[in-house]
Design a binder for this molecule. Structure first.
Ligand code: NZQ
Ligand code: ZN
Length: 394
């Protein structure tokens, strides 16, 4: 194990009723006036927003509201939020919702705390020097944004979806009540499970040649837990223990734990997917499962032993004649799991049918986003990306 930094400063309040502590948590973090940020209305319909406001009132925290975050959150709303937060002298961002709401909140936090155009950070033109503190009340176990240092925003000008990673935006607290996820449509629950699995898979399938006993065991345990409980939730959406396992897995899957002392993982499935959801507005988790198998088939010959280990230790594959064959079975087994929770394994199943020109455009944008080449199992260039998109057509 070589020199490595691990930083996961988020205070987690987990369990039934966690959201009741929001006001106290904001106060403890020094917040006096919050931007109460939410999405398209699920938190209004469920009554959660009212409970959060009551908690803020109890603790004497003032707030202004900004709803309307959409999946694949837009830069235009971020800019409105920055203006509003500045005008109202907001000193804390409180995101109540899923990953899109938290990400939009992080972007507003950067925008308020730094001058100039916030998009600069997302397209790599400059680095943020500060961010307003962000707290999260999570309603969808998926992105891990409640503990992560990333946020992903879509610029409607060119439909560019870009992530920005900086520890400044790691939420200062996350209220995680698994019950809040019980109102999710089955499709969003499954998309969330897929995303959680993928955050560890991206780290597990890396370019490191050394095996890390504890990191690998944590990663494999997390993936087995997600697979088991995703299947439970498909049959029994109101199962609290399964909701709880998935929610905790979501946070641990993207707070750096399962990539400890690695090269931080491959991440090309995510990069390929971001172009898909940027251009076609699909759900992120479903976009990931639609391209993963094609990516895996394209690169697995570089690390057959790693794919084989995934198959045996996570997916219950019997070791075959050699690592190559076991790896092949592992990819099939993973796709079998995706199908078992109604997730797509090709663009066609995802409901997206890009023209040849659109495939080229996605490959161009993806290559641009990663600075030419990306990935650590295999370095992929623009032509490799195009080949994988073509394979994923199904
Ligand atoms: O907007 P509302 O009305 O709240 O409805 C949302 C939305 O339609 C709904 N929903 C959320 N919680 C609900 C609920 N409906 C009923 N009951 C509940 N309890 O679900 C829909 C999807 O919500 P969204 O926040 O978009 O989903 P998710 O959490 O999957 O976030 C996806 C976004 O996060 C990015 C993705 O690319 C995508 O833009 N990611 C962010 C990451 C990060 N910040 O670390 C990492 C990820 O890899 C990912 O890229
Ligand atoms: Zn993801």
């Amino acid at each position: 194990m070589e020199l490595f930094q691990y930083y996961a400063p988020t205070k987690v309040v987990f369990g039934r009723g966690a959201e009741e502590q929001t006001g106290e948590l904001v106060r403890a973090c020094g917040g006096r006036k919050v931007l109460l940020h939410y999405g398209g209305g699920s938190v209004v319909r469920s009554g959660l927003l009212e409970r959060v406001k009551a908690s803020l009132d109890r603790w004497g925290v003032a707030y202004v509201e900004l709803g309307g975050v959409v999946p694949n959150p837009r830069l235009s709303l971020v800019n409105r939020g920055i203006e509003l937060a500045r005008r109202e002298s907001v000193d804390f961002i409180l995101a109540v919702g899923g990953g899109s709401t938290i990400d939009s909140g992080k972007a507003i936090g950067y925008g308020v705390a730094n001058g100039g155009d916030v998009w600069d950070f997302y397209c790599g033109r400059r680095k943020a020097a500060a961010c307003l503190p962000v707290g999260a009340v999570l309603t969808l176990a998926a992105t891990g944004s409640e503990m992560s240092n990333s946020s992903v925003i879509t610029n409607e000008d060119g439909w560019l979806k870009r992530g920005y990673t900086n520890d400044l935006s790691r939420p200062v607290f996350a209220a995680l009540n698994p019950e809040l996820t019980m109102t999710l449509p089955a499709y969003q629950t499954a998309c969330g499970c897929a995303d959680i699995l993928m955050h560890t898979l991206e780290r597990y399938l890396n370019g490191c040649q050394t095996n890390l006993q504890l990191t690998d065991a944590l990663a494999e345990g997390l993936m087995r837990t997600v697979i088991r409980n995703a299947k439970v939730l498909r049959e029994t959406p109101q199962d609290y223990p399964a909701r709880a396992e998935i929610m905790w897995a979501g946070s641990l899957s993207h707070n750096g734990l399962t990539g400890f002392c690695t090269d931080n993982g491959d991440w090309m499935t995510h990069k390929l997917e971001h172009e898909l959801s940027g251009m076609f507005d699909v759900a992120h988790g479903a976009g990931l499962t639609a391209v993963w198998g094609s990516w895996a088939r394209y690169v697995s010959a570089r690390r057959p032993e790693r794919f084989a280990r995934l198959g045996v230790n996570v997916l219950g594959v019997e070791p075959g004649a050699g690592d190559g064959e076991t790896a092949r079975q592992a990819i099939l087994a993973m796709e079998g799991f995706f199908r078992s929770i109604d997730m797509p394994t090709s663009l066609r199943e995802l409901g997206v049918n890009p023209t040849p020109a659109q495939l080229e455009e996605m490959a161009d944008k993806c290559a641009l986003a990663v600075g030419g080449t990306g990935g650590s199992v295999q370095k992929l260039n623009r032509d490799d990306m195009l080949a994988i998109y073509r394979l994923a057509m199904g």
